[in-house]
Design a protein around this ligand. Structure first.
Ligand code: M6R
Length: 617
């Protein structure tokens, strides 16, 4: 939530405005209800901010261009405190006009701090918690004369979560940032440096980055980066390389990021598999700071995640339990923490997250850690908080996912979770290495199968055109098809704003079948006929809804003619082993949601009310 960029360029660099505006375009996916920029020029701060999409800000800047400068900060907002208005947009300037700040997070004690400021005659002009921080910074700066010191004094007064990035009128070439429970990464340039809420902020300009730890702050200047803790202890941290392809963050000829990211899925699966097998046939994880003897002893796995990532965890449960004979629970991260879960030193908590910043998931792993569990994170974003705070990390190599609706991250998460399952199965002796290799070979065939499904996108788009006026769609699946049904429904809700429900197909007769009436659209994910029992059960479900007048749309394998008699339309997927089915069966559902939203003229990449990275609880 909220995209943040700070830039300190060299004396001769006058391009700060361009750098920040380009970054805001890359960060708009994090929040898009207002945008703003502030610069330091000639001993003054000049800022422009507008409610609405970034384009509104760009139009304003076309009419009233900013002067050339080397120091700037910018922000795209996802509102928490205060509605999306020009006044509530960031940056927020201090009462004396000498400091301005952008913020991601929530300052929980802002009310109390505001009362303290009121006693000194300082009244806010916006409804935000952030403005309070600007005033506190200005007071501290007046005392100390140093922006870094002022930031350190200010953050000590704040409770809650925040990334703050500030500039001061009297400190050209200096940007100071601080973080607690919210994301912040430093980008290392040549004669210029950056801070951003994620690497997308600066990856087009540098692929060298430094992670920021909890309760740390950083001062960037064109030729220096200095990190310290909130209590002033210097921090020396190694840089890392951002291995994202810069071109991955542009639409590449597609109309929307989502469509492009759907097409990225074969490579997301392929790249996540790449380099995982050592020549001796054993699996490699990226960062494993858990002793293998501990992994051999674990007696339970709990997956914590939210939204689409949680559905990837649901899929993985079927494979990991089958391969490793370890019980796997899948828990929504926000429920996990508040229900006193049974966790011990023998529990492995697996956090699945694209952004690596989802606050609910972060809080869940911290809670699990406190109970003695080991944490393994499946993460897409390098340098993210959850990757850093976990005992082991398995990166999905999906590249940057910009569309709010997750697509390629989902298939990459399933792939990575399967790698984890195979690794554990091998380590614990549940599978011989040749068996692992057989599964990996099957996984290696998946990118081509996913590509085959994508190549038939027009069939599903035609279906969507035909269904543009539907008001409710049901999704049914059994076994691994069940989480796929949940994901299909989620995609439709978030993109097309249509009421959609996913059900376990067997649950239907226990209540939801009452919803089925003449013409009710029902998507049915049909398992491979090579699992006859499972297939037969789903066929029964197909007959049940069909008998009640449903308009049934089947996702079924090539050659599965049994469905033809009852289905109104069949979308074919290639023959695939049961456990790998979700990697292909989810794709038509993603395309359907995209196409229906497009038919309805909706903004596919930035659906209403949503943010890509949910960094508040
Ligand atoms: O970044 P994360 O994977 O932790 O995000 C989790 C969910 O917020 C995310 O999957 C969300 O449900 C997507 N909008 C779904 O398309």
């Amino acid at each position: 939530m909220c995209g943040i960029i700070g830039y300190a360029g060299g004396e001769n660099s006058a391009r700060a405005v361009d750098v920040v505006l380009e970054s805001l375009a890359r960060l708009e996916y994090r929040g898009y209800d207002s945008a703003g920029i502030a610069i330091v020029a000639d001993g003054e701060i000049v800022q422009v901010k507008k409610a609405g999409k970034l384009q509104g800000l760009l139009d304003e800047l076309d009419k009233h261009p900013l002067p050339p400068t080397s120091t700037a900060i910018g922000h795209t907002r996802w509102a928490t405190h205060g509605s999306p208005t020009d006044a509530n947009a960031h940056p927020h300037m201090s009462f004396d006009g000498r400091v301005t700040v952008v913020h991601n997070g929530i300052v929980e004690n802002h009310g109390e701090l505001a009362r303290g400021l009121a006693e000194r005659g300082i009244q806010p002009i916006s409804e935000t918690d952030t403005e309070i921080v600007a005033h506190l910074l200005a007071l501290a700066l007046a005392d100390t004369g140093d922006l870094t010191e002022a930031m350190r004094m200010t953050v000590r007064e704040l409770e809650g979560s925040f990334t703050l990035v500030a500039v001061a009128a009297d400190s050209p070439g200096t940007v100071v940032a601080a973080r607690r429970n919210a994301p912040l990464v430093v980008g290392l340039g040549d004669g210029e440096n950056f801070v951003g809420s994620d690497v997308a902020a600066f990856v087009s300009r540098t692929q060298r980055a430094i992670e920021m730890g909890q309760d740390e702050m950083v001062t960037i200047r064109p030729d220096s980066v200095s990190i310290q803790t909130f209590d002033g202890t210097p921090v020396d941290r190694a840089e890392f390389h951002v291995d994202w392809n810069v071109d991955a963050a542009v639409k590449g000829g597609f109309d929307t990021f989502m469509e492009k990211e759907i097409h990225d899925q074969p490579s997301a699966v392929r790249d996540t598999l790449l380099g995982r097998m050592s020549p001796s046939g054993s699996l490699q994880l990226d960062e494993l700071r858990i002793d293998e003897s501990i992994l051999r002893r674990i007696d339970k796995i709990i997956v914590v995640a939210c939204g689409t990532a949680a559905y990837a965890g649901h899929v993985a449960k079927y494979a990991v339990e089958h391969w490793c004979r370890i019980p796997v629970e899948v828990e929504l991260a926000h429920e996990f923490r508040y229900r006193d879960p049974v966790v011990s030193e023998k529990t492995l908590v697996v956090a699945i997250t694209q952004s690596g910043e989802t606050m609910d998931t972060l809080m869940a792993i911290r809670h699990a850690k406190d109970q003695g569990a080991k944490i393994l994170a499946i993460v897409n974003t390098h340098g993210s908080t959850i990757a850093r705070e976990s005992d082991a990390v398995l990166y999905t190599h999906a590249g940057p996912e910009v569309a709010v609706a997750s697509t390629k991250a989902f298939v990459a998460q399933i792939t990575a979770a399967y790698l984890l399952g195979l690794y554990l199965a091998q380590l614990r002796g549940n599978k011989y290495s040749d068996e692992v290799v057989t599964y990996l070979d099957e996984l290696m065939k998946m990118p081509d199968r996913v590509a085959e499904v994508i190549a038939r996108a027009d069939e599903i788009k035609a279906l969507a055109r035909d269904m543009k006026d539907v008001t409710s769609v049901l999704f049914l699946g059994r076994h691994v098809g069940y989480p796929v049904a949940l994901e299909g429904a989620l995609k439709l809700k978030e993109l097309a704003y249509i009421h959609a429900e996913g059900f376990a197909a067997g649950e239907l007769k226990h209540g939801p079948i009452a919803l089925v009436e003449d013409g009710q659209p029902v998507f049915l994910i049909v398992p491979t006929p090579r699992r006859p029992l499972l297939h037969a059960k789903v066929m029964s479900n197909l007959r049940e809804v069909s008998a009640r007048g449903a308009r049934v749309l089947c996702i079924a394998e090539e050659g599965d003619t049994a469905v033809d008699e009852f289905a109104h339309a069949v979308f074919r997927i290639p023959e695939t082993p049961t456990l790998l089915h979700p990697l292909v069966s989810v794709v038509p559902l993603q395309i359907f949601a995209l196409a229906l939203a497009t038919e309805k003229g909706l903004n596919v990449d930035q659906p209403r009310n949503l943010a890509k990275s949910v960094t508040v609880e």
